[in-house]
Design a protein around this ligand. Structure first.
Ligand code: GDP
Length: 195
């Protein structure tokens, strides 16, 4: 049987690891202009405002998701701050990340081609168990669609990605669902009750 690890606190009490309140570093990947910053601003602030993009910059924004089983997941969301223009991102960007979203724009076949590159980058630099979501953003622009839903879905399956979803940061469609679904796919879960 697996032995439960425990840590003795100073007062002698046994402290169980906190599996109910998770903190998760999530990194955004994808070409410039696909809507990464807008997705974060929509999720964290409930706004669609390209002008507020400059406020993100060097650091990260955080937002907590509460799941029905009582788990809370606090996402620390790292935006590229434009670094994706320089082909590669610093290894520091990936360090400690347990979730990633690879974003493309459904109206740009080129941005979808680049998603393949970003998935390879993740496989090279990120830790093995990372939960990866493929995100087709700008779903409100259906009339300009260049990337078929089925093609992206097949790509996500071939690459064993945890999730594929189409979103619109503009209309807020599927934005909360994106993060909630990632939260549900995280490997760390509260211990199941003994059978
Ligand atoms: P980033 O470079 O990937 O961070 O992209 P931004 O978040 O700066 O967005 C790039 C452009 O796409 C901006 O002009 C946004 O207004 C626009 N945009 C972002 N998300 C959406 C969306 O869901 N629908 C539409 N129609 N435009 C969007």
């Amino acid at each position: 049987a697996k032995k439960k690890s425990s840590i003795k606190g100073l007062d002698g009490a046994v402290e169980a690891p906190d599996t109910k309140n998770l903190r998760v570093k999530l990194v955004l990947l994808g070409d410039s202009g696909v809507g990464k910053s807008c997705i974060v601003l929509r999720f964290v602030r409930g706004q669609f405002d390209a002008a507020s993009k400059v406020t993100i910059g060097a650091s990260f924004l955080s937002q907590t998701v509460a799941l029905q089983d009582g788990t809370t997941v606090k996402f620390e969301i790292w935006d590229t701050a434009g670094q994706e223009r320089y082909a590669s991102l610093a290894p520091l960007y990936y360090r400690g990340a347990s979730a990633a979203t690879v974003v493309y724009d459904i109206t740009s076949a080129e941005s979808f081609q680049k998603a393949r590159f970003w998935v390879k980058e993740l496989q090279k630099h990120a830790s093995a168990g990372i939960v990866i979501a493929l995100v087709g953003n700008k779903s409100d622009l259906e009339d300009k669609r260049e990337v078929p839903f089925e093609e992206a879905q097949a790509f996500a399956e071939q690459n064993q990605m945890a999730l594929f979803i189409e979103t619109s940061a503009k209309t807020a469609d599927n934005i909360n669902e994106l993060f909630t679904n990632i939260a549900k796919k995280l490997p760390v879960k509260p211990a199941a009750p003994a059978a």
